[in-house]
Design a protein around this ligand. Structure first.
Ligand code: HAM
Length: 424
C-alpha cells in the first residue's frame, strides 16, 4: 500500500471546510488593504533560495528539496514565498508600477524538516509582501493586517513579538559586540550554536538549549546598538502600532530563521506554546531585491502557516461555518423513473441548483438513507406513478414529511429559503 510521503498530509473533504474558511478570510482582508494576488511556480532556480534565504540557515543548508531536471538545471521546490515574489517583481518590472507594490499569495512550501505536530515537509502559507517603500507605516500596516486576519478567523490569546535587527551599517557592529560577549563561552555552547557563532551569530539569540539560554540572558541587546535611522524607524513603528491599538511585546531575542531581514522582525505566537510553533512571522528585507540583482528596494512582509492556524482553530474550538450542502437528492424507483430523475437533475443543475442524484437500483429506503448520510435537507422521489402524472414527491428529510408537487414546480420550491412541504 502506498502512503502519502512522510511529512505530507491529504486534506480530505471534511478538513476542506477549514481551508475554504481561511482562504476566504485571507482573500477578503488582503484585498481590503489593497493587496493583489500573485502566484509563482512551485519550483525555482535553486540559487534563488540559496542567495535570498542565505547559506547560514537551516532552510538552505538542510531543508531544501533540490533536484536536477532532465536538462541538468538545479531546481528547488518553493522553500518560502518571499524570494519568488521578489524574483517576479524584478522579472516583470513591477518596480515601474506605483510603489509600494502590495501582493499576497496562498501557496505550498516545502522543507525537509523532522515532521511533528504543526511541522510538515509540505506546508501551506498565506503571505503578503509590500515592496518599494521604507516607511515604518508600511510595517505597521503589515502587522495590523496579520493581526486582523487572525482575529477575523476567531483566534484569540496570541501575542505579537517585535524586534529590530538593524541594517547593513549597525548590525555588523552589534554582531562584533555579541561575539565578544560569547568569547570564553565557546565550550559551553550546543553544537548548533558553535556553528552559529561563525556562520549566523544573530541566531545565537533564539537557541532553545538551556545552557545557551543562560548565556543569552546577559547578551547585549541589538536595540541598544541601532544607528540613528534604524532607531527612528523602530520608534515610529511602535508609535504607529500604539495609535492603531495593536498590543505587542518587545523581544530582543527575536531574530527569525531567514537571513534576509533588516530592521523590523516580528512573530505571532499562539497562546499555548513556545518558539517552535509560531503562527506566522515576517519583517523588513530592505536588501533582498538588490541582492537578487535589482536596484535598492526596501520591502516588508509576513507569512503564516495554514496548518498551524487550523491546529489553533481546533484547539480553541472555533466554530467554522459549514460548506453549503447540495439542495436536494433525487431518488427513483424503476428504469423509467431513473430517466426522469436524470432529466430533472440535469435541468436543476443547469439552473444553478446543486443536486446529488441516486445511482444504481437501490431500494427507496437505501436511497433515502444515503440522502441523510450526505446531510441533504430534501429528497425528490420519482416512482412509476410520478412519471405518469409528471409529478414528484418532495420530502423534507429533517421532518420526514412529503408531498406531491408538479415536476415543473420543483425549481421554484427548492429556490425558496426553506421549501415548504405543504400539508396533505
Ligand atoms: P517562516 O517563519 O519561515 O517565514 O514561515 C512562515 C510561517 O510558515 C511560520 O511562522 C509557520 O507558521 C509556517 N511554517 C514554516 N515552516 C513550517 C513547517 N515545516 N510546517 C508547518 N508550518 C510551517 C517565511 O517563510 C517568510 N517568507 C515570511 C515573510 C514574508 N517574511 C517577509 N515576508
Amino acid at each position: 500500500m502506498y502512503k502519502a510521503p512522510r511529512g505530507t498530509v491529504d486534506i480530505l473533504p471534511q478538513e476542506q471546510v477549514y481551508w475554504k474558511y481561511i482562504e476566504e478570510r485571507v482573500t477578503f482582508l488582503c484585498q481590503l488593504y489593497g493587496y493583489q494576488p500573485i502566484s509563482t511556480p512551485i519550483f525555482e532556480d535553486a540559487q534563488l533560495f540559496a542567495r535570498a534565504v542565505a547559506g547560514g540557515t537551516d532552510i538552505v543548508n538542510k531543508e531544501m528539496y533540490t533536484f536536477k531536471d532532465k536538462s541538468g538545471q538545479e531546481l528547488a521546490l518553493r522553500a518560502e514565498g518571499t524570494a519568488p515574489v521578489c524574483r517576479a517583481y524584478l522579472e516583470h518590472g513591477l518596480f515601474n508600477s506605483p510603489q509600494p507594490v502590495r501582493l499576497y499569495y496562498i501557496a505550498p512550501a516545502f522543507r525537509y524538516e523532522r515532521p511533528q505536530t504543526g511541522r510538515y515537509r509540505q506546508h501551506h502559507q498565506f503571505g503578503l509582501e509590500a515592496l518599494g517603500e521604507a516607511d515604518p507605516a508600511l510595517d505597521a500596516e503589515v502587522i495590523e493586517l496579520a493581526q486582523r486576519i487572525f482575529v477575523s478567523l476567531g483566534l484569540s490569546g496570541f501575542s505579537i513579538q517585535l524586534n529590530s535587527i538593524g541594517c547593513r551599517l549597525c548590525q555588523p557592529k552589534y554582531i562584533e559586540v555579541l561575539k565578544h560577549h560569547y568569547s570564553g563561552y565557546e565550550e559551553q555552547l550546543c553544537p548548533d550554536c558553535k556553528v552559529r557563532l561563525s556562520k549566523s551569530p544573530l541566531r545565537l539569540l533564539d537557541c532553545k538549549n538551556a545552557a545557551c539560554q543562560e548565556i543569552v540572558k546577559t547578551a547585549p541587546q541589538m536595540t541598544n546598538y541601532l544607528c540613528d535611522e534604524c532607531q527612528a524607524h523602530f520608534l515610529s513603528l511602535q508609535k504607529y502600532l500604539e495609535v492603531m491599538g495593536i498590543t505587542f511585546q518587545l523581544n530582543y531575542r527575536l531574530v527569525r530563521g531567514l537571513d534576509y531581514y533588516t530592521r523590523t522582525v516580528f512573530e505571532v505566537q499562539p497562546r499555548e506554546e513556545g518558539g517552535q510553533s509560531a503562527l506566522g512571522g515576517g519583517g523588513r528585507y530592505d536588501n533582498l531585491v538588490e541582492q537578487l540583482g535589482g536596484k535598492a528596494t526596501p520591502a516588508v512582509g509576513f507569512a503564516a502557516g495554514i496548518e498551524r492556524i487550523i491546529l489553533n482553530l481546533k484547539r480553541q474550538k472555533i466554530d467554522i461555518p459549514p460548506l453549503a450542502k447540495p439542495a436536494a437528492f433525487i431518488a427513483y424507483l424503476g428504469e423509467e423513473a431513473k430517466t426522469e430523475a436524470m432529466k430533472l437533475a440535469s435541468k436543476l443543475r443547469g439552473a444553478g441548483v446543486a443536486i446529488i442524484g441516486a445511482t444504481e437500483n437501490k431500494s427507496l429506503k437505501a436511497q433515502l438513507r444515503q440522502a441523510s448520510a450526505f446531510g441533504i435537507s430534501y429528497a425528490i422521489i420519482i416512482g412509476k406513478a410520478e412519471t405518469e402524472t409528471q409529478t414528484v414527491l418532495l420530502r423534507d428529510m429533517t421532518k420526514g414529511e412529503q408531498r406531491s408537487i408538479p415536476s415543473g414546480e420543483v425549481l421554484t420550491a427548492l429556490r425558496q429559503p426553506r421549501p415548504q412541504v405543504p400539508d396533505t
